[in-house]
Design a protein. Structure first.
Length: 297
């Protein structure tokens, strides 16, 4: 059985990676832009927020600056692709590699601890709330705000033009859409959300580490694909909500797998569990289609 602390810890992680899933959704699904920058922009957000907080900045301002830093990283990736004609996947890899050194420069060392420093959680700690509920409550509010703003943006004229760019860039250009600008804007927004997730992750965990972004893209993809496998994606609002649900269910599945003695799994099996879950998420929709086609025949 999963304890209450482990359960709400999984919810907390799911909400954090829900923001990552939103970013991955924008890059991979909206723009059809395979972007590995997130493995660097996640620790970038954490590094910027932690460094500024330790320097005495307001934690919310530090979090906003982390999001701006993520946007800059994404914009650089898209600029390399759009302006210098470097293949999108390679451009994102180049930025991700560069960010490792940049993150070390920002922090001045491999990790920065936030123990004893004021974070976005500090005011909530003074309330009469169980400690393991504070982060999930705050993150729920943040994620809901981001969700509604994203739905609003994606259904706006600019958002529709961005979606058209991802579906058929040539057709979009023929209709007067500046596809290059929208690609840069979209990838910047995607990594800004990932930077926001990294900043909040550092504050909930009490530390920022240069290696904390390893595998972030896999978790984001697992959330997006898993959400699509279990929910309808007929509207942009449902699609984004599916990404969030996918992230939460993914973290819950990890928690159950690691806390069930019968399975005999341990913390070092995390990557194995992730690979299995992502594989299942990819295969499930195909199995459903085969069953439907078999039933129709």
């Amino acid at each position: 059985m999963v304890s209450a602390i482990a359960f709400f810890g999984a919810i907390e992680s799911g909400l954090l990676f829900g923001l990552v899933a939103f970013g991955v959704f924008i890059a991979f699904r909206v723009l059809d832009f395979p972007d590995l920058t997130v493995d660097g922009s996640f620790p970038l957000g954490a590094a910027v927020a932690a460094t500024l907080i330790v320097s005495g900045w307001n934690p919310w301002v530090a979090t906003a600056m982390a999001m701006v830093a993520g946007c800059m990283a994404g914009a650089l990736t898209a600029w390399l692709n759009v302006r210098l004609q470097i293949m999108n996947l390679l451009a994102s890899i180049l930025t991700m590699i560069a960010l490792y050194s940049i993150n070390l420069r920002i922090m001045g060392k491999p990790n920065v601890a936030l123990l004893g420093d004021e974070t976005v959680l500090t005011p909530w700690e003074e309330l009469d709330i169980a400690f393991y509920l504070i982060s999930p409550i705050l993150l729920t509010l943040v994620v809901l705000v981001v969700y509604f703003l994203l739905v609003r943006f994606m259904t706006s004229e600019t958002g529709l033009a961005m979606r058209a760019t991802g579906v058929n860039a040539k057709m979009a250009r023929a209709n007067g859409v500046h596809t290059g600008r929208l690609t840069i804007m979209g990838v910047a927004l995607a990594n800004g959300l990932v930077g926001l997730a990294g900043a909040l992750f550092a504050q909930t965990q009490g530390t920022a580490d240069v290696t904390m972004g390893v595998g972030t893209i896999v978790v984001g993809l697992a959330a997006v694909i898993g959400g699509e496998a279990i929910m309808s994606t007929r509207t942009i609002a449902r699609w984004l909500f599916a990404c969030l649900i996918g992230a939460i269910l993914y973290r819950l599945a990890i928690a159950v797998a690691l806390n069930t003695d019968a399975l005999g799994l341990q913390a070092q099996d995390l990557n194995l569990i992730t690979a299995v879950l992502v594989t299942l998420a990819i295969v499930m929709p195909r199995m459903k289609q085969l069953k439907r086609s078999g039933g129709a025949a």
